[in-house]
Structure formats: structure tokens, C-alpha cells
Design a protein around this ligand. Structure first.
Ligand code: HEM
Length: 420
């Protein structure tokens, strides 16, 4: 999306505020001091991704709240483009096929689509999934406990949400890995693939995904089941309010948003409990604290570090800085969640914290559809792990040696092997 102008200057540029290199592994591992400096000195700061794409980074809680809720910021990039703008015919632009979903819409289109999706995620329906989530969690542990080792990310945190979201959507188990591979390429999640390789893989991923979805839509139409894809296909057929691109984009979004986030919640949670053994012990003593524990993990180490794209529809002034019309803005959830103007002792991990209105599921119109599901997965995964393994430690003993995924938007470990 190289569409924003390159002309705006950040008033803080060159004034001792560090430029961020979002691909630097040291920054990815520990961005907190840099974000603290930005919150204090340059809370609305112009930075750039390693692709060169510039954007405004919002680091204070109060400013983040404003951007989440202010209609002067749009989620729909088309509103910032000239009417005759044509998307370039690159493989990346083809992925626009999968971007006609709620996350990139403003009301009223957003309202119509979100109502459809939200029906599947009511608190009652989500709570009804408790025993299913518990079953999968137990099976994963049954397999690994006898070996005395488990990689929390790849053997535990990853298969759980993939299985849950695929089941909800109605994707057969045999196709789940394929689905994940395509969505990783399209979303640029796979750390082992270079940009060039990704460009080569894109047409295959997009073609494969599109054909697969068309087939599954036809099959659900012929043989309706009690799953989300069937409900969405029926919504399309019933009132003609959902076109095929929106249908494809929505299934893609639900799958993509529904697993990597939960993986990072579980991974970041287990990591925090290893880093703060007294908090782990407190949770072991009182598993009823799991609810506030998960919220505290979400606040301290959010799975989604940067909220998704927003664009200024007009010049917007914040903290004495003008964000020019058309420019890209990202709220830094990681920074806002540790703003001392909002939270007491923000860098402390306190699993009993009461006042904890963090931004880890967003805020306002685009508040996360799957928040209850994500939290439930995190609660069950973490408490079951503690219940079934009385003591564990990081393999090799060096927590500092753990590596983060090279991703500027999501925050999570590549692997977290523990032994017991
Ligand atoms: C711990 C787990 C999760 C976290 C931390 C998380 C985080 C977020 C955040 C920060 C947003 C708002 C983005 C923005 O405003 O820019 C969001 C939106 C969304 N999330 Fe989640 N999410 C999680 C789990 C899930 C799950 C399990 C699903 C569905 C299966 C899901 C589906 C969505 C959807 C559809 C949106 C877009 C809502 C809209 O645009 O109105 N999320 N999520």
C-alpha cells in the first residue's frame, strides 16, 4: 500500500528520538524503553516500516483512544485515493481480493458485515465451546507430557486455536495445514520466506485459496452444516447482502485473525509466568485468578502490537503535531498499554490487577469479534498447563536466548521449549 505522500515531516525528527528499525531483532525483543521515550517526547511520531512505508505511530493511551474512535480516521484506504486510482497489477495487489472485510470498512458497510459475523461469537456460544477447547488441550498435553518436553508455541499454542477456528468455520481437518500455508503467505507471516520468494509464492497461494474457497462454498450450499461458512453462504444467498469477494475476505479474516493472535497470547502468557515465578506460584495457588492473569498478559505483552491501518481523512492535529490528510496511522497497543498516565506501575506484571482496560482487543467500532474466544483459549491453555505440569523451566535454562518472530505487527516467540 505505497499510497501515502512522502512529504510530511515529523517535528520530532532528529531531536534525539530514536528512529525505529522495525526489523531489528533487538528492538523486536525489547521495544519498551524506545516506546517509553516516544510516549514522553514524541507521542505522535512519523516512522517507517522496513519496506519504506512511512506512518504515524501513536504511543499514548489517551491519543490511542481518540484514534480508535475518531471518524476523521478511516479504515477504508479507497477513501484516501483519487477516484481514477487503479491498483497496480502486482501479486501483492491480488491479495486485495481478501481485503473486503470488516477490518477495512467504515460504517454503514462495516455494521452490516459485523452483525453477520458477530452472531457466531456471542458469549453464550463461546462459553459452549469450553469443553471442546479443554478436550483439545488435554489431548495435546497427553501426547507430550510423557516425553518430558513440549514446545509451547508449536506443539501447544498453535494447534489449539487452528483446530478451534477451523472447526468453527467448517474447514475439514485434512485441509487445515494447507489453509494455514496460504494465509501465511498472503499475510506475510512466514518468517522463513524472503520477500522475493513470497512474491513467487503469492499467485499460487491466492489461486489455491480462491479455488478452495469456491469449492467449499459450493459444497456447503449443497450440504449445509452447522458451521460459520454455511451461515455466511446462506446469508449471501438469502438477502444478497454479501457478495462473493466479501464472503471470501471474511472467511480469510476470521481464519487469519483467529489463530496467530491466540498463539501469541498463550506463548506470551507462559513466558511471563516463567519470568515472574512468584506470579506463577500465586496462580497455581489460586487458579481462579486466571481471568485477571490473562488480561494482565494481554496488557503487558499484547499479541497484536500495532493496531491495523487507519488513514487521516483530513489534517488532524494531536499533541501539537499535524497528521496530514491521507497519511497512514498505526496505534501502538504495546506502548499505550504501558502508559503511566493511565496505569499504575505499568511495567509490573500483576495478575491481580483490577483496573485493566487495555487496548489489546482494540476499542470502539472495530473491537475484536473473537475477544471472548481468544481469552477462553488462553485461560484454558494456561491453567491446564499449570495443573498438569507441577514445575517446568525453559529448555537450556536461558530465557534471554528465546527468539521473537520477525514481525512488526504481531508480537510472539518463534518457539518456547520447556522441560519438566
Ligand atoms: C488473543 C486473541 C486476540 C487478540 C489479541 C485480538 C486482537 C484484535 C485487535 C487488536 C483487533 C482490532 C484491530 C484494530 O482496530 O485495528 C481485532 C479485531 C478483530 N478480531 Fe481479534 N484478536 C484475537 C482473537 C480473535 C479471534 C479468535 C477472532 C475470530 C475468530 C478474531 C477476529 C477479529 C475480527 C473479525 C476483527 C475485526 C473487527 C472489526 O473490524 O470490526 N480475533 N482483534
Amino acid at each position: 500500500m505505497e499510497t501515502t505522500t512522502q512529504t510530511a515531516k515529523c517535528p520530532f525528527a532528529g531531536k534525539g528520538i530514536p528512529d525505529i528499525d522495525f526489523s531489528d531483532s533487538a528492538f523486536i525483543k525489547n521495544p519498551f524503553a524506545t516506546y517509553a521515550a516516544m510516549r514522553d517526547e514524541a507521542p505522535v511520531h512519523r516512522v517507517a516500516f522496513s519496506s519504506g512505508q512511512p506512518f504515524w505511530l501513536i504511543t499514548r493511551y489517551e491519543d490511542a483512544m481518540l484514534v480508535f474512535k475518531d471518524p476523521r480516521f478511516t479504515k477504508d484506504i479507497k477513501k484516501t485515493l483519487p477516484p481514477d486510482h487503479k491498483a497496480p497489477a502486482s501479486p501483492l495487489a491480488m491479495s486485495q481480493l481478501f481485503s473486503h472485510h470488516v477490518l477495512y470498512m467504515d460504517p454503514p458497510d462495516h455494521t452490516r458485515m459485523k452483525q453477520l459475523v458477530q452472531k457466531a461469537f456471542t458469549p453464550k456460544l463461546v462459553d459452549g465451546m469450553r469443553s471442546h477447547i479443554q478436550d483439545i488441550t488435554n489431548k495435546l498435553l497427553d501426547k507430550h507430557i510423557p516425553t518430558g518436553r513440549i514446545d509451547i508455541i508449536n506443539d501447544y499454542a498453535l494447534p489449539l486455536p487452528i483446530s478451534i477456528i477451523s472447526g468453527l468455520l467448517g474447514i475439514p481437518e485434512k485441509d487445515q495445514q494447507l489453509f494455514r500455508r496460504w494465509s501465511n503467505i498472503i499475510l506475510n507471516i512466514d518468517i522463513n520466506v524472503t520477500r522475493e520468494e513470497r512474491m513467487q509464492l503469492m499467485p499460487e497461494a491466492i489461486g489455491g485459496f480462491t479455488n478452495y474457497l469456491r469449492e467449499i462454498f459450493a459444497s456447503k450450499q449443497a450440504n449445509p452444516a452447522d458451521d460459520l461458512i454455511t451461515h455466511l453462504v446462506q446469508a449471501k444467498e438469502g438477502s444478497d447482502k454479501l457478495n462473493e469477494t466479501e464472503l471470501m475476505s471474511t472467511v480469510f479474516l476470521l481464519f487469519a485473525a483467529g489463530y496467530e493472535t491466540s498463539v501469541n497470547l498463550i506463548g506470551n502468557g507462559v513466558l511471563a509466568l516463567l519470568q515472574y515465578p512468584e506470579q506463577q506460584q500465586a496462580l497455581r495457588n489460586d487458579p481462579g485468578l486466571i481471568n485477571t492473569t490473562v488480561d494482565e498478559v494481554l496488557r503487558l505483552d499484547p499479541p497484536v502490537s500495532l493496531a491495523s491501518e487507519r488513514y487521516a481523512l483530513e489534517d488532524v492535529e494531536m499533541n501539537g503535531v499535524t497528521i496530514p490528510k491521507g497519511e497512514l496511522v498505526h496505534i501502538c497497543i504495546t506502548a499505550a498499554n504501558r502508559d503511566p498516565r493511565r496505569f499504575d506501575s505499568p511495567d509490573t506484571f500483576d495478575i491481580t490487577r483490577k483496573d485493566n482496560k487495555h487496548f489489546s482487543f482494540g476499542q470502539g467500532t472495530h473491537y475484536c469479534v473473537g475477544s471472548a474466544l481468544g481469552k477462553l483459549e488462553g485461560e484454558i491453555a494456561i491453567n491446564t498447563l499449570l495443573r498438569r505440569i507441577p514445575a517446568f523451566s525453559v529448555e537450556g535454562g536461558d530465557i534471554d536466548a528465546l527468539k521473537y518472530k520477525n514481525n512488526s505487527v504481531m508480537r510472539g516467540l518463534e518457539a518456547l521449549p520447556i522441560v519438566f
